[in-house]
Design a protein around this ligand. Structure first.
Ligand SMILES: [Fe+2]
Ligand SMILES: [Fe+2]
Length: 505
């Protein structure tokens, strides 16, 4: 008997071990699937209160019509409270999803998302079945997808399409499905569109698509071409429905730049505009600090390739790397790349502590430039995060040689360390750029790879990549892409053999 008991106990322990292993694995994969892992930025209590109050107002206007019955019964109150809390919970879920998709989202942007929902619910109440759902739901989806991303826009669309204030709302179900499909298309494409021209195309093709779909799938509608009286109250007038949608979408596109500046939205088009090298700040950098400008362009190449390899946001890193060292404009000659043989001011002052302050100033001044030029926060984040809390090794060694009384933190940048994959890639590219540029033209691929690995490992051991969520596989891909770029640069530097009279070859 004791042997059987012992065997059973062993079996039991073995199965418990198996279950815990499976649970651990599920937990691991769940955590891995939660991207991005970046902590969302904090929202003040007052903003939270305002957002919550707006959510309550949305829930009230979405459900109050249920209470407008001659005799108030407990079943009516129950149905109303279910509807009220359903809308409230979906609103809160929408905020959670937007913060998960976009950790840099601030209270103004959350206010924009829920205010659009508030407006839509109010419009539904005012116009009832008179206004086409296409014109109500599709244009806001464009703003949200452009500014906050596709997943947030899709969540917004699902809430706006499902919760209608009136239970006996008389909308053709096919029209509602067409509206949802159009809004989903706008949400998916809106998150990817990179130019205003593509936005214009979208605002023309989506209404055309809606028009054709309504012709085919919405039965029993008056196919009048344009009814002047019923133009705005156009549900069922399929031509005016689609025309109204096109007009509202065009107006929305006109207003997107205003939304960008008021709510600090970072659309793809805005990113590309900021990456224009004719922008005053970048022009100043190219004239006043040409060495830094060259360094910036090289880093752009390295960082862009690495970001493409790991599937990150290429437009964000391209723009972010252009502005990462703008702070050097405060004293260009204090940075070696701009000295072109002239005297090094650091040698003249011969004070490592002061030199370290000048280096830190390129981050502080950079943030000031970012504020003055109204750079969006995700771009400004590249300025402090590309330096993280790195050691200023050269001046630290000098201070040690001079036996100065100092704290090691005096020779470290103030941080923070990179909080996203993109800023971490820029830090690595920044470290590798000078080393790769200084390498001998005849250096082998292996030597270049060793140099890149050394720099990346030193950053990792220093804890600089701790908050970036870069995986081992991604770091491997980053090394590989840096090597590829270096090979390209080396290829450009190799002079082709010239022969006589080959001027035109
Ligand atoms: Fe820098
Ligand atoms: Fe740099």
């Amino acid at each position: 008997m004791p042997i059987i008991l012992k065997l059973n106990k062993q079996k039991f322990l073995y199965s418990v071990y198996n279950i815990t292993t499976i649970l651990k694995k599920i937990n691991f994969f769940w955590k891995r699937s939660q991207v991005p892992n970046q902590e969302p930025i904090q929202i003040s209590r007052i903003d939270k209160l305002i957002i919550f109050l707006i959510c309550i107002v949305i829930s009230i206007i979405s459900s109050y019509k249920l209470l407008l019955v001659p005799f108030l019964q407990s079943s009516v109150v129950f149905t109303w409270s279910v509807s009220f809390f359903e809308v409230l919970i979906t609103c809160l879920l929408l905020i959670l999803i937007s913060r998960k998709e976009n950790p840099n989202i601030n209270s103004r942007q959350i206010l924009l998302i829920i205010s659009l929902l508030l407006i839509v619910q109010a419009v539904k109440n005012i116009f009832g079945s008179g206004l086409s759902p296409l014109s109500i739901i599709v244009p806001p989806a464009l703003i949200i997808s452009q500014g906050m991303g596709t997943i947030t826009a899709l969540s917004w669309v699902s809430i706006a399409s499902i919760s209608w204030p009136d239970q006996i709302f008389n909308i053709n179900s096919n029209l509602l499905v067409i509206t949802m499909i159009c809004a989903c298309i706008v949400s998916v494409l809106g998150g990817k569109i990179r130019s205003r021209a593509q936005l214009l195309q979208l605002s023309i093709f989506v209404p055309i698509g809606a028009f054709i779909s309504q012709l085919i799938f919405v039965p029993n509608v008056e196919n009048s071409l344009l009814d002047k009286q019923e133009f705005f109250y156009s549900n069922g007038q399929i031509f005016s429905d689609s025309l109204l949608l096109a007009i509202i979408m065009l107006i929305t596109i006109l207003f997107i730049p205003i939304f960008e500046s008021i709510f600090g939205l970072l659309t793809k088009a805005r990113l590309l505009e900021l990456a224009d090298k004719e922008k005053p700040l970048i022009r100043r950098l190219s004239i006043e600090a040409p060495g830094t400008f060259e360094h910036t362009l090289l880093i752009c190449g390295l960082a862009e390739e690495a970001t493409r390899m790991i599937g990150g946001d290429i437009d964000l890193i391209k723009t972010g790397s252009l502005y990462h060292d703008v702070g050097k404009l405060h004293a260009p000659k204090w940075f070696i790349e701009n000295q072109d043989g002239s005297k090094n001011p650091h040698d003249e002052i011969d004070d490592p502590l002061k030199s370290a302050k000048v280096l830190q100033a390129h981050v502080d001044e950079g943030l000031k430039f970012a504020r003055k030029n109204r750079l969006p926060k995700p771009i400004a984040n590249f300025i402090p995060e590309h330096q993280g809390t790195l050691k200023m090794g050269y001046f630290l060694n000098k201070a040690e040689e001079k036996n100065l009384n100092f704290n090691e933190n005096d020779f470290r940048y103030k941080g923070p360390i990179p909080q996203s994959k993109e800023t971490a890639i820029l830090m690595l590219a920044d470290g590798c750029e000078a080393a790769l540029r200084a390498m001998d033209i005849n250096a082998s691929d292996f030597e270049a790879q060793e140099t890149i690995s050394k720099i990346i490992i030193s950053r990792k051991l220093d804890g600089q990549l701790d908050d970036s969520n870069l995986t081992k596989g991604e770091i491997f891909l980053i090394k590989k892409s840096f090597l590829n770029v270096w090979k390209r640069i080396r290829h450009r530097r190799i002079q082709y053999p010239t022969t006589k009279n080959n001027t035109f070859s």
